[in-house]
Design a protein around this ligand. Structure first.
Ligand code: HEC
Length: 156
């Protein structure tokens, strides 16, 4: 028991704390630089997705400072960013971007994002049915637009 408590205390030391997700990355690659992101969509992405799918996690809650919760959260953010990063979206090739828009459409139709544990702690990130629908339509629209452009380029 005492050993367990000691370990719990030791892992709270700053050396064990994962780095926070604040990057100095150039904002030139933000999705809005290249693709149309209407204001309402921007707000929804910002409120519900950016904590995990961007280079800027807004504010870290107090429990983020408790290991191993922090390790678990940092891993989620890293996995999420590897799949989709709105701060680097503009650097994706058109093919990649089209695939990502397709994935966004899928997860919005299934209402699979944001992930459940996050919603339990972040009521403000919940999306209404209309918002899910709107985001899915936005992603479909941009996906189709990229594909149409690719097609017309191939015909030339
Ligand atoms: C709390 C963190 C978190 C939030 C907030 C979040 N996601 Fe995710 N998302 C993840 C994680 C983790 C994965 C990787 C899941 C995996 O690898 O199975 C992921 C994966 C994805 C994927 C890829 C799915 C696939 O099939 O590969 C898409 C698309 C996505 N998220 C969209 C969104 C959108 C859109 C929002 C906002 C409405 C959002 N996510 C909010 C954590 C999050």
């Amino acid at each position: 028991m005492a050993g367990c408590a000691a370990i719990t205390l030791i892992i709270q030391l700053p050396v064990f704390a994962p780095q926070k997700n604040y990057s100095e990355a150039d904002p030139v690659y933000d999705i809005a630089k290249v693709y149309e992101v209407p204001m309402d969509v921007q707000m929804e992405l910002y409120n519900s997705c950016y904590d995990c799918h961007s280079n800027y996690t807004k504010e870290y809650p107090w429990y983020y400072h408790i290991q191993p919760i922090s390790w678990w959260m940092a891993r989620h953010v890293n996995q999420a960013k590897a799949k989709l990063n709105f701060s680097e979206f503009a650097s994706y090739s058109p093919e990649e971007a089209a695939k990502k828009f397709n994935d966004i459409q899928d997860v919005m139709e299934e209402k699979a994002m944001p992930i459940k544990p996050y919603l339990l702690m972040h009521d403000e990130a919940r999306l209404t049915d209309d918002e899910y629908k709107g985001l899915a339509e936005w992603a479909t629209h941009l996906h189709d637009k990229i594909m149409a452009k690719q097609d017309s380029m191939q015909k030339k």
